[in-house]
Design a protein around this ligand. Structure first.
Ligand code: KG4
Ligand code: ZN
Length: 345
């Protein structure tokens, strides 16, 4: 497929992301991101998790200012847009509806094509926002709050899922264990920060071993729960006194489970181009362990900038750019799909 858009008129896309708890809008021009605005919804912190109805309401409040700011920063007016894109799924239905309705009305009002984007595919395509870019085929470990997948990326829009979690996603495991440790929501980044001050081998938690390329994280969560319950019976300030070591040990366990499968998959497929994507790829331990593994295995690794790891509309704009070039536009009857899948059947 063509890498960039090379006709006389530029291809300018406005993309909106609203699948969970970030409202984001971005502008791309010929496959280059000109702006990427993200409004994070702090309201969920009080509830220890994302409250779907509150997410929808916050998206509704944020969407107009976020889109205006994205246009302003990119120095683009609505009439300069050639297409509009939105996250079709997976995600929360009420949250997806806000973005999709907004973008569909723009498509209709401006009479320009609509592009429906898969959020997980877009996380992977975030690697094409900046340089260096992975070469096809590459193997991507996609780790977010809702997904943990090993994906062989044959081309921009040709992907094959070769392994995934059979229960919790790794981001969910980070967040649930962080909650057990009394950390605020979302716990992943807090756990990461504390882990850097702790001893990762102090508390060895059991690692569940799944067949083939699949993962399972619910066992670790339960093991930590029982371990804490037993320790707290004997010593009620056990968590406070050992917080950094607990965080470091949990993080080391989760990372080794991820990287073990990544290494097996890379050897089995015979690829040396390795990428990570999704919110958990912001984890500093995962980033540094992957760099080390890359040296041992002589891999070229691709780790997105932090702002393109967690949810953002820049990745939706890039995915939309390649979909537009492939003729993948949609009609106004398109609707959100909370359980949307991607990849070869
Ligand atoms: O991709 P993302 O922003 O949203 C989904 O598509 O789910 O991922 C969110 C997940 C959350 O579970 C969050 O705790 C986790 O990514 N996360 C982290 C870090 N930053 C975000 N987990 C561990 N360490 C981090 N630094
Ligand atoms: Zn995401």
């Amino acid at each position: 497929m063509k890498d960039t858009y090379n006709t006389s008129s530029p291809l300018v896309i406005l993309a909106v992301e609203s699948s969970c708890d970030e409202t984001s809008a971005a502008i791309s021009k010929n496959g280059r991101v000109l702006s990427n605005i993200v409004a994070t919804q702090a309201v969920h912190e009080n509830y220890g998790g994302v409250v779907p109805e509150l997410a929808s309401r916050a998206h509704q409040q944020n969407i107009v200012p976020v889109v205006h700011q994205a246009l302003r920063e990119a120095n683009i007016t609505k009439t300069m847009l050639n297409a509009v894109a939105y996250t079709q799924g997976p995600g929360l239905l009420g949250a997806l509806l806000v973005g999709s309705s907004f973008v569909k009305s723009l498509s209709w009002g401006l009479n320009i094509p609509l592009i429906s984007v898969n959020h997980m595919q877009a996380h992977i395509l975030a690697h094409f926002i900046d340089e260096p870019r992975p070469k096809f085929p590459f193997l991507c470990l996609t780790v977010s709050g809702g997904h943990t997948q090993l994906v062989v990326v044959h081309d921009y829009l040709d992907m094959e899922i070769i392994g995934e979690t059979l229960d919790d996603a790794v981001g969910e495991a980070f967040d649930k264990i962080a909650k057990l440790l009394g950390l605020p929501y979302p716990g992943g980044p807090y756990l990461d920060k504390l882990a850097s001050q702790g001893n990762p081998s102090r508390f060895p938690f059991p690692i569940s071993s799944m067949p083939a390329m699949d993962f399972s994280f619910s066992g670790v969560k339960t093991a930590v729960l029982y371990f804490l319950r037993d320790q707290l019976k004997q010593h009620e300030s056990f968590i406070e006194e050992n917080l950094a070591d607990l965080c470091a040990s949990v993080q080391a366990t989760l990372i080794s489970m991820l990287l073990e499968k990544l290494e097996i998959a890379a050897h089995q497929i015979g690829v040396r181009e390795i990428a990570i994507a999704g919110g958990v790829s912001a984890n500093s331990g995962l980033r540094s362990q992957l760099e080390k593994l890359a040296q041992t295995n002589q891999w070229n690794v691709y780790i997105p900038k932090i702002e393109y790891c967690t949810d953002n509309a820049a990745m939706i704009a890039i995915a939309a750019h390649y979909q537009y070039l492939a003729g993948q536009t949609d009609t106004l009857t398109a609707s959100p799909n909370p359980r949307m899948k991607f990849g070869r059947k």
